[in-house]
Write a protein that binds this ligand. Structure first.
Ligand SMILES: Nc1nc2c(ncn2[C@@H]2O[C@H](COP(=O)(O)OP(=O)(O)O)[C@@H](O)[C@H]2O)c(=O)[nH]1
Ligand SMILES: [Mg+2]
Length: 312
């Protein structure tokens, strides 16, 4: 299946770190467990979670499960805490994430994250994704602090035929978000994605600015935005976790999108995102084209990571 192949391909760098040594089990078991722990740390899951995964893998292996099968279970336990619900959802759709639209319990989705992580291109891809499910989408070009950021989103909007609300460069991002939230209501569109700045000019404080944008959206459309998604560049590894904590404290995140998994061996960063931040991962980016923004599915992710075949 095309999307699963793209996922496998996109995760190849992390997979190399994770499986080069552990597949070579001619060594003593003692060695293999150490190798596994190092490999996991190398993939940036963090020392504590790496030790947990090894212990869980050992336990499962003692029950008679194969080594890779045990590791798969141990990783899945970390990545999908609410497994029962996921299992139910998957009945009849075994591992075909493309058939299930990722639900958004919000009319307005604010997208935040530091400069260069992929916010604007991710918004464009999300626009394409939800348009494909028949949703009427709008964009707000809320990164008024970066020259050409508005033009970048407007261009995407034109290409995708998605209306884009923007203001002048250097203008007030709150004003853009307010206008856009009102426009969405007036036009009755299903979803508005609000792009935001990732860095400001020196005298401004990014987190205060984002809080203001959030408040202002609520003034234009009461109760919104119900969803605030953080875009995180996987290449930043453990540092990304620190970023996530700061954004979470400031605006209260409801989900994470991890981009650029194709460019890094640090794909293990998904484990601490789920475990330590307790935030759901909504989508993952495994390449630069629109199809490379994929709905996140823990089971598929682990299978792709360990090079296990997709379930029949
Ligand atoms: N390889 C790869 N590149 C990506 C991915 N997502 C975004 N990018 C690239 O990251 C760069 C920065 O993206 P941009 O949306 O401008 O970041 P922003 O500053 O957060 O808005 C662009 O060149 C994107 O094409 C991904 O999943 N994989
Ligand atoms: Mg941008």
């Amino acid at each position: 299946m095309a999307w699963f192949d793209r996922l496998r391909q996109g995760l190849s760098k992390t997979r190399d770190v994770l499986t080069t040594d552990i597949r070579d089990l001619g060594k003593s078991w003692e060695m293999a467990w150490d190798d596994l722990e190092f490999a996991l740390i190398g993939a940036d899951v963090g020392a504590k979670i790496a030790a947990e995964v090894v212990a869980e893998t050992q336990k499962e292996r003692e029950r008679g499960t194969s080594f890779l099968g045990s590791l798969e279970q141990a990783l899945l336990d970390q990545l999908e805490p609410d497994r029962m619900r996921q299992k139910l959802r998957r009945v009849g759709f075994e591992l075909d994430v493309t058939r299930n639209m990722v639900e958004v319990n919000s009319k307005v989705v604010m997208v935040v994250g530091v400069n260069g992580v992929g916010k604007t291109t991710t918004i464009a891809k999300l626009g394409q994704y939800y348009t494909g499910y028949g949703k009427k989408v709008m964009f707000a070009a809320g990164d008024t602090f970066r020259a050409a950021a508005t033009a970048q989103l407007e261009l995407w909007g034109e290409r995708l035929n998605i209306p884009t609300i923007s203001g002048p460069d250097g203008g007030d991002p709150g004003a853009v978000a307010f206008d856009a939230a009102q426009a969405r209501k007036a036009r009755g569109h299903d979803l508005l994605f609000v792009d935001t700045a990732g860095r400001l000019h020196t005298k401004h404080n990014l987190m205060e600015e984002l809080k203001k944008v959030k408040r202002v959206i609520g003034k234009a459309d009461e109760g919104e935005p119900k969803e605030i998604w953080l875009v995180l560049d996987a290449v930043t590894g453990q540092n990304g976790l620190e970023q996530a904590r700061k954004f979470h404290e400031a605006v209260g995140l409801t989900g994470v999108i991890v981009t650029k998994l194709d460019g890094t061996a640090k794909g293990g960063i998904l484990l601490p995102i789920v475990r330590e931040l307790g935030l759901p991962i909504k989508f993952i980016g495994v390449g630069e084209s629109a199809e490379d923004l994929q709905p996140y599915d823990a089971a598929a992710y682990v299978k792709a990571l360990l090079d296990l075949p997709q379930a029949a």
